[in-house]
Design a protein around this ligand. Structure first.
Ligand code: PMP
Length: 406
């Protein structure tokens, strides 16, 4: 129903008309039945949340005689807490990127970074390039600014450089940016290898196409850290997004944007308009928790846990889904596996039967800007035990076999 057909007084802005409920939220409602084995969510494992460290940090901030108790409850700078901005710059330095703290904007989750970037860089009708498939939340952030979203063919290593070149050469207008997820991508789990990073960036440089590099999962590698970030390779052409959600806790809503200095003031103004600043208490809390190298001990425990869960899911898939003709990715980090069902099946159509059989996944269609591959689906492996993974994959295989036999 179109609200504009309703009696006044409210008339929606065009951008509000363009907004959609998150397809995933809608789907998750179906999956929230008690007892369901849920592989649909995108949540980190709560087992990894460092509650004791958070508790100690709260006590330190608010305890008697603390000099930062009141500042932590006061309005704060829009740019973010200096200690955190410095920490981000130092961490990026370890990954080969020269970043000044002045380029770091602390945001209310990296999701807000996507929203600010959309506001600052997208005019209605302007082209924006994305991977096929891509993070649904980015599509949601970009869409209200009414871009023309162009999706670029991709394979197991990310965007195909030649496809990108061909598409750019045929475009009358230079796109505002290309949105890329080089590490353990949501939804596919894939990672861009070294050579692909160079090849894609060469095309971007050639066409003067700036890049938005989104990296919430990069630290969650299993055997080996991923190649250097794109930011390290093209500092003036890349905006970088990072997050504390997957290495500490998403409920803090803490992320960051690293922007070239030419762009920083505009993002800062958009940030001020959005929420003045990121919650100061949460910033103090994280600064306190990570101060003495806490993450150097903590993040490896997350890697070990997720690694074992990935292994469990890959073995279960091999055993249960292998014989059905389905295929899947084997991510080297992150939280997700991407499955392609046998020919003739449709993941969205299969979901109700899967839920009836006691398990849930996310169909892949919402992750495509256009021409969805209806055979695809996303599985999260981080919030289930190996035993639950075994049962869940067996249930999925059974549902697939039944669908194939019809
Ligand atoms: N980018 C990607 C690819 C994500 O998967 C997520 C979280 N689902 C975000 C950004 C947003 O994360 P946050 O706002 O919690 O930092």
């Amino acid at each position: 129903m179109n609200l504009n057909d309703q009696p006044r007084p409210w008339q929606l802005a065009r951008r509000a008309e363009a907004m959609n409920p998150s397809a995933i939220r809608e789907i998750l409602k179906v999956t929230e039945r008690p007892g369901i084995l849920n592989f649909a969510g995108g949540l980190p494992s709560p087992e990894t949340f460092p509650v004791a460290a958070m508790h100690a940090a709260c006590a330190a901030i608010l305890g008697e005689g603390s000099s930062i108790a009141k500042p932590s409850l006061q309005y704060a700078a829009s740019e973010g807490l200096p200690e955190l901005r410095e920490w981000v710059a130092t961490e990026m330095g370890k990954q080969g990127a020269t970043v000044s703290p002045d380029q770091v904007l602390i945001t209310t989750g990296s999701q807000q970074g996507l929203d600010l970037i959309a506001k600052v860089l997208i005019d209605a009708g302007a082209p924006v390039m994305v991977e096929t498939p891509t993070y649904l939340g980015a599509l949601q952030a970009f869409t209200p600014m009414e871009p023309h979203i162009e999706s670029v063919d991709s394979d197991g290593e990310g965007v195909l450089p030649e496809a990108l070149r061909k598409q750019l050469a045929a475009m009358p207008e230079r796109p505002r940016f290309m949105y890329l997820l080089p590490n353990f991508q949501n939804p596919t789990g894939r990672t861009m290898p070294e050579a692909r990073r160079e090849a894609v960036l060469a095309v971007c440089r050639e066409f003067g196409l700036p890049v938005v590099e989104d990296n919430p999962y990069g630290e969650l590698w299993f055997d080996q850290a991923p190649p250097r970030p794109l930011l390290a390779r093209w500092p003036e052409g890349v905006i970088y997004l990072g997050s504390f959600s997957k290495i500490l806790a998403p409920g803090l809503r803490l992320g960051y944007v690293i922007a070239p200095s030419a762009l920083y003031p505009k993002l800062l103004q958009a940030k001020q308009a959005a929420d003045l600043h990121t919650p100061g208490f949460n910033q103090r809390l994280v600064a306190e928790v990570i101060r003495d190298g806490f993450l150097d001990q903590h993040v490896p425990t997350i890697r070990t846990r997720y690694h074992a869960q990935r292994d469990a899911m890959v073995s279960a898939l091999t055993r249960e889904l292998g014989p059905t003709g389905a295929t899947w990715t084997e991510p080297k980090g992150g939280m997700f596996i991407w499955v392609r069902l046998p020919e003739g099946l449709n993941a969205q159509a299969l979901l109700p039967a899967a839920v009836d059989a006691g398990m849930a996944f996310v169909p892949g269609a919402p992750f495509y800007a256009r021409d969805p591959d209806m055979r695809t689906l996303r599985l999260s492996f981080v919030t289930s035990t190996p035993e639950q993974i075994d049962r869940g994959m067996a249930a999925l295989a059974q549902v697939i076999r039944e669908a194939l036999s019809r």
